[in-house]
Design a protein around this ligand. Structure first.
Ligand SMILES: Nc1ncnc2c1ncn2[C@@H]1O[C@H](COP(=O)(O)OP(=O)(O)OP(=O)(O)O)[C@@H](O)[C@H]1O
Ligand SMILES: [Mg+2]
Length: 432
């Protein structure tokens, strides 16, 4: 039998659906002319009605039109109503289907519900019953549609938020890097300005330069030159980080680096009045990271160790070569200990463990929990910006190293930094 498409008069249209901008589409599938026509009469005002007299026609119509709800008789010649239901769901799972049954067993009804029929109506039915069933189907369809639509909307919003967060993160990292440059250059600049003052004073005191004065000037100028080189290296390192987001892992000979560190620490204002001991590393070893990074890490830790108390105390720096990987199960975060960079740590020997220990007041657990956060400080504005340990953790992460902190109230704090290292030929170590 042929199909008939009927679009009701727009003036008679009463909106039933919350679906946007169009009249809902109802597909009526029945191989008997009578019921088909009466259903059409019932729904023509509220729906755009499509009529099909057999299964294949119904499927073809559903493929061509945006069907919202379908009514199908179960018992039909050729393709059964159950099959129509199944195939309509295949075309579009969003189509809600009401099935009309006559003498079917409960098993058929169960099967229809299993195939996601929205409702079933027994023949003969009255107008109110079928209207109510179709109305429920349409509501369900609208809800499903909105749910789906909203889920997509939420997904899009979430993606947008994610993008924004990444952009913010990048901006924040940049801001932190700029602040880091200023923070790190500040140390060498303090030394430079101290030495320049010394030179000025000496220049003002003497009338004529003696040989001993020349030596004095030469010595100070050497330190100044080294510090200026340091500043240049620091800014170059960060600029390359900003450009490429990474670092070159050029290695540094540890003996020489520790010599430079000792120089820097001894003239640092924070070190005054405290005891400083640096145990040399005797093995010919290099760290697999930028030498300036290595010094910056230890310098930050040493300065913190000096600044932990104004009472005279002792700060010790010591290096140890490890030829076995660390047993990482030993390290746990507790109120008194913290391990940083478990995931990114390259635990392949040889490793260099650099320990910075003080016998100061230690840290309470709530301070220990936050020490690596940017801008976290317990010092006043003059003394601390709270960036030192944030820089340390960034440098250690980029070196694929790790940090272990142990602290005890009243007894002091030990920071151990583990650096991936490499052994050098013995002769080469003497040259450093
Ligand atoms: N050895 C230590 N003993 C006790 N507390 C420490 C020690 N090292 C760090 N801290 C605590 O960790 C905080 C953060 O240290 P961080 O180096 O990041 O910042 P800061 O030293 O306060 O300031 P900045 O280093 O920027 O000048 C310090 O303010 C201090 O409370
Ligand atoms: Mg600090």
């Amino acid at each position: 039998m042929s199909t008939m498409k009927m679009i009701p008069d727009a003036a008679n249209t009463a909106p039933v659906s919350a679906l946007p901008r169009r009249k809902p589409v109802l597909l009526i599938v029945d191989d008997e002319e009578g019921p088909r026509q009466s259903l059409q009469v019932i729904f023509k005002d509220d729906f755009e009605v499509l009529l099909a007299s057999d299964g294949p026609t119904a499927i073809a119509l559903a493929q061509q039109h945006p069907v919202d709800v379908a009514i199908t008789d179960i018992r039909m010649a050729g393709m059964s109503g159950l099959e129509v239901l199944e195939r309509l769901k295949h075309v579009n799972p969003g189509i809600e289907v009401v099935v009309i049954t006559a003498y079917e067993t409960t098993e058929t009804i169960r099967q229809a519900l299993r195939l996601q029929a929205c409702d079933y109506i027994n023949k003969p039915f009255d107008v109110a019953t079928i209207r109510a069933a179709v109305q429920r189907a349409l509501q369900r369809h609208t809800l499903e549609y909105e749910l789906h639509h909203n889920a997509e909307h939420v997904q899009a919003l979430r993606a947008e938020l994610q993008n924004q967060r990444i952009a913010e993160q990048i901006a924040q990292t940049r801001g932190e890097i700029y602040a880091s440059i200023i923070h790190d250059i500040n140390g060498p600049l303090t030394v430079i300005s101290g030495y320049l003052q010394m030179l000025n004073q000496r220049l003002n005191q003497v009338q004529r330069l003696e040989a001993s004065d020349l030596e004095f000037f030469r010595e100070r100028l050497r330190v100044i030159t080294r510090q200026v080189t340091n500043c240049v290296e620091i800014s170059r390192r960060y600029l390359s980080y900003l450009k490429r987001g990474g670092e070159d892992a050029t290695s540094g000979r540890v003996q020489q680096l520790l010599g430079d560190l000792a120089q820097l620490v001894r003239v640092h204002p924070s070190a005054q009045r405290h005891e400083f001991v640096l145990h040399p590393v005797t093995e010919p070893v290099a760290v697999r990271t930028n030498g300036t990074d290595f010094i910056q890490v230890l310098m930050n830790l040493a300065v913190n160790a000096f600044q932990c108390s104004t009472e005279p105390h002792r700060v010790e720096v010591e290096g140890q070569l490890l030829t076995e990987p660390l047993d990482l199960s030993r390290f746990r975060d507790t109120p008194r200990t913290r391990f940083l960079n478990m995931e990114g740590f390259d635990n392949t020997p040889p490793l260099l463990a650099m320990r910075v220990r003080d016998n100061g007041p230690g840290m309470p657990p709530e301070v220990l929990a936050r020490i690596f956060d940017p801008w976290f400080t317990t010092k006043d504005r003059q003394q601390g910006t709270g960036l030192g340990l944030n820089i340390v953790q960034r440098l250690v992460r980029s070196a694929r190293g790790a940090v272990f902190v142990e602290t005890c109230s009243g007894e002091g704090t030990t920071f151990t930094v583990y650096f991936p290292a490499l052994m050098l030929p013995t002769e080469a170590s003497g040259a450093g």
